[in-house]
Design a protein around this ligand. Structure first.
Ligand code: IPE
Ligand code: IPE
Ligand code: MG
Length: 246
């Protein structure tokens, strides 16, 4: 099925909680790792589709702080796939800028090295920015930012009244991107699992039952079509919003 998309209303920032790899594999009688392998392929395809559609920022939740509690072998598989899955040539061909958010220092050295290389190589690209959240959680990010601000205050560089919403946003790791317009969660769970809590204050949420390894380009277009039919009111009445639009 094809979805009519309004090219003038493509969300600037799409965030995705890519969930359901393990259950996808289990349903097929395969090991969880097979779900992560297939999920990695989808991440690449969805990035390419986002590029074609003109999405400026795509943030993919790849490994959460809480995922450190998984078995070591599964963690190893996820990191191996990340390291081997990053293809500089594809990023360069598609003008994609690659970035990482999360607790970089906690990552294995091989992951730090490969992701840093990829960030450096693609830093000048001006198309879609693909952001991979690894060892990331929103409360971790907010805690870091609060500690940073407390240090600035202790050093006499920050007054209480300097702490505005804009200033807080500027102290987060995500300061280089706008807030998400659309958050997609696959895999049938209706929760946010510690992702971009501050940034999602007015984000439109889209949940689907499809497991991530089954989420294809047309599913992304369907989510964006759904987004385009919503009215974002930001606390105003629908009538106020319509008047401003016309
Ligand atoms: C998402 O799929 C990938 C990661 C969290 C790393 P899951 O591995 O959580 O898959 P389910 O939820 O167990 O099916
Ligand atoms: C969220 O998925 C994190 C990622 C997709 C990386 P989880 O599968 O870890 O989420 P919970 O624990 O079920 O909420
Ligand atoms: Mg899961």
């Amino acid at each position: 099925m094809e979805y009519e998309l309004n090219r003038d209303q493509i969300p600037a920032h799409v965030a995705i909680i890519m969930d359901g790899n393990g259950r996808w594999a289990k349903a097929k009688g395969l090991p969880r790792s097979a779900g992560h392998v297939e999920g990695t392929e989808r991440a690449k395809q969805i990035t390419e589709e986002a590029t074609r559609l003109g999405v400026k920022f795509l943030t993919l939740y790849t490994f959460s702080t809480e995922n450190w509690n998984r078995p070591d072998a599964e963690i190893g598989t996820i990191f191996d796939l990340l390291v081997t899955g990053l293809e500089d040539e594809v990023f360069m061909k598609n003008n994609v800028r690659f970035r990482v958010i999360g607790d970089f220092a906690r990552l294995p050295k091989s992951v730090q090295k490969r992701t840093q290389e990829c960030m450096d190589k693609t830093a000048g690209n001006t198309g879609t920015t693909m952001v991979v959240a690894i060892s990331y959680s929103s409360r971790w990010e907010l805690t870091q930012a609060m500690q940073k601000m407390a240090r600035q205050a202790a050093e006499g560089q920050l007054k209480p009244e300097d702490i505005t919403e804009e200033y807080i946003s500027s102290q987060l790791q995500t300061s280089f991107m706008p807030d998400p317009d659309l958050l997609i969660r696959t895999g049938g769970e209706y929760r946010i699992s510690n992702y971009l809590l501050w940034q999602c204050a007015y984000t439109e949420f889209y949940y689907c039952d499809t497991y991530w390894p089954d989420f294809h380009e047309e599913d992304l277009r369907k989510a964006i079509a759904d987004f385009q039919h919503r009215q974002r009111r930001y606390g105003k009445t629908g009538e106020q919003v319509e008047k401003n639009e016309n």
